[in-house]
Design a protein around this ligand. Sequence first.
Ligand code: NAP
Ligand code: F7E
Length: 412
Amino acid sequence: MKVALITGITGQDGSYLAELLLSKGYTVHGIIRRSSVFNTNRIDHVYKDPNAVNGEAQLFLHYGDLSDPGLLTELIYNIRPDEVYHLGAQSHVRVSFDMPEYTGNITAMGTTRLLEAIRRSGIRPRFYQASSSEMFGAAPPPQNEQTPFAPQSPYAVAKLYAYWMACNYRDAYGLFACNGILFNHESPRRGETFLTRKVTRALAFMLSGKQKTVYLGNLDAYRDWGYAPEYVQMMWLMLQQDQPDDYVVGTGEMHSVRQFVEDAFAYVGIELEWRGQRQHEQGVVRSVDTRWNHVVRSGDVVVQVLPKYFRPTEVDALRADITKARQKLGWEPQVTYRDLVRIMVDYDLLFEGLHPPGEGIECEQRLGYGWIQQPPYNVTGGLDSYQRLPVKAERQLVRTIVELLAEAEGKW
Ligand code: NAP
Ligand code: F7E
């Protein structure tokens, strides 16, 4: 049975990766930061207290921080992992302009600390580095493994340093280190301040009457948005190859922020039109499905652009050329951009206790990501009535929700 260590296990990707590895029979160790309130809500549903389950636990959590080299060394030495997935980072691009030094300390130097902990321990796990399409920055699309890097933010510069450190430890010490150069990937577990989730969550709040307007920045940036669970499968795949290598991972499609907003609203029957210019633009409701008339009306300003959300230097367009991943790893994403919008809107409506259209949830079920253990979301109560259930019951509950929705829509 393999042993994996995940930094950033409480994040979007870390939580999906933990589920994937557990489903493959791994023993999984994760590093979590101490915080004044629980920050493990993305993994609570897969965590069993080792004290309570008597030797049956497969997931172990350890306090630690990428700023603490001594502790990282001790963890590597004691856990003796076969695979290390380094996902921990200050991962927000806009925030990196406000906190460049902290971002460098954690996102760049944190990687060096972990690599050094591995080197000094004498243990030789396989190592995955969470590199980013942001490293391509100003380089025009499509971007692949040969595209010259042109980072446009402190975050991207820090990731580039970490990328080269992983390459250096591979060349200098023969470490099996892989860089996954991942383009934007999203999910219902995406952090609430990233663009896609900010929009789908705000939409759900508007439909439940809690919010009137969402405030955004640059609507004209283009991104290659994929579905996060598929991307963590790629992380694992890279570490199972005979040779370590670096891979670009994305969908090959790109869409603008503006289009994402339009498509999310259109999915629930709200058509938008745009008024005004760049830094003062507004998204106004042109028409609305009668179902939402009590909360949203024609003429409502549902999107307001604010200069404070623009970045000092923007990355205009990212689109992955995934030829290498396709040819060498046989990888092809299944979830399209259209599906992704639907999945995210469906879940955010569900979290708000609203009845989602259901096409996204259906798509997720059809593609059969059996290893994803969605926490139990209560259709009528929303997040406030979130409650823990045993894993089997969670799966059953998600299935039941989907069946109920389909019945209500008259589809089955
Ligand atoms: P995320 O949701 O922001 O998660 C980041 C994780 O890093 C969290 O678990 C966080 O812990 C942890 N972390 C932050 N500072 C830390 C520190 N000082 N010490 C230890 N852990 C720390 O990010 P994600 O979307 O899952 O992305 C995973 C990785 O892939 C990140 O490195 C990100 O930069 C990179 N990446 C992401 C994308 C994407 O589109 N999602 C694309 C390319 C690359 P807390 O929960 O305590 O904050
Ligand atoms: O922005 C624009 C913004 O913050 C996407 C991270 O996971 O992916 C992510 O970085 C676009 C940008 O993601 C708002 O200017 C407009 O053009 O969702 P985002 P990101 O910056 O692309 C890469 C691959 C990573 O590696 C990172 O870790 O949307 N945008 N208005 C906005 N973005 C945000 N967050 N908020 C807005 O109000």
